[in-house]
Write a protein that binds this ligand. Structure first.
Ligand code: GDP
Ligand code: MG
Length: 175
């Protein structure tokens, strides 16, 4: 229920990160509460909406997921245009995906709005036995580059709702 004086915010949120990091899985976990072990990487809706109610605001997210274009390591400027929030995802079992995530952060800084709410997300935390990227390494990079940081698992749902709530709070504050 909307409260008096409550803000209604519409926010474009973009997902970045290498193919296979778990972008689509995180969105599907958040929007539908589902997880697919064999998530199809290139097919599927690339656009989702979801509403989150905070005390101070109601945030309607327009979530832009990639449909495989990240394969070419760049995304069209229209993908970033007007984004209020960005989530850069890597896979903790792949050092490569972490190195690439840094490149996505640079691209975001180049293309994006300077007031954008940015998260670095270390996904697949459930696969700790195959970990190649220490939590501290991700956290430190995020801190040094002005991003918030969370470890998530789309599979177990660890920190997935928390991630989107934190983004919503950040967006509400920025507006
Ligand atoms: P995208 O290319 O970044 O959109 O990545 P996908 O969401 O398509 O995920 C790639 C693969 O990783 C799929 O087989 C998913 O089932 C798997 N995956 C995604 N997130 C997780 C996770 O948190 N834990 C585990 N174990 N697998 C995951
Ligand atoms: Mg995908």
């Amino acid at each position: 229920m909307a409260r008096a004086g409550n803000k209604n915010i519409q926010a474009k949120l973009v997902l970045l990160g290498d193919m296979g990091a778990g972008k689509t899985s995180l969105v599907l976990r958040f929007v539908k509460g589902q997880f697919h072990e064999y998530q199809e990487s290139t097919i599927g809706a690339a656009f989702f909406t979801q509403v989150l109610s905070l005390n101070e605001a109601t945030v309607k997210f327009d979530i832009w997921d990639t449909a495989g274009q990240e394969r070419y390591h760049s995304l069209a400027p229209m993908y970033y245009r007007g984004a209020a929030a960005a989530v850069v995802v890597y896979d903790i079992t792949s050092m490569d995906s972490f190195q690439r995530a840094k490149k996505w952060v640079l691209e975001l800084h180049r293309q994006g709005n300077p007031k954008i709410v940015m998260f670095l997300v270390a996904n697949k935390a459930d696969l700790a036995g195959k970990r190649q990227v220490d939590n501290e390494e991700g956290e430190q990079y995020a801190r040094e580059n002005g991003l918030s940081f969370l470890e998530t698992s789309a599979k177990t749902a660890q920190n997935v709702n928390e991630l989107f709530y934190e983004i919503a709070k950040g967006v509400a504050k920025a507006m």
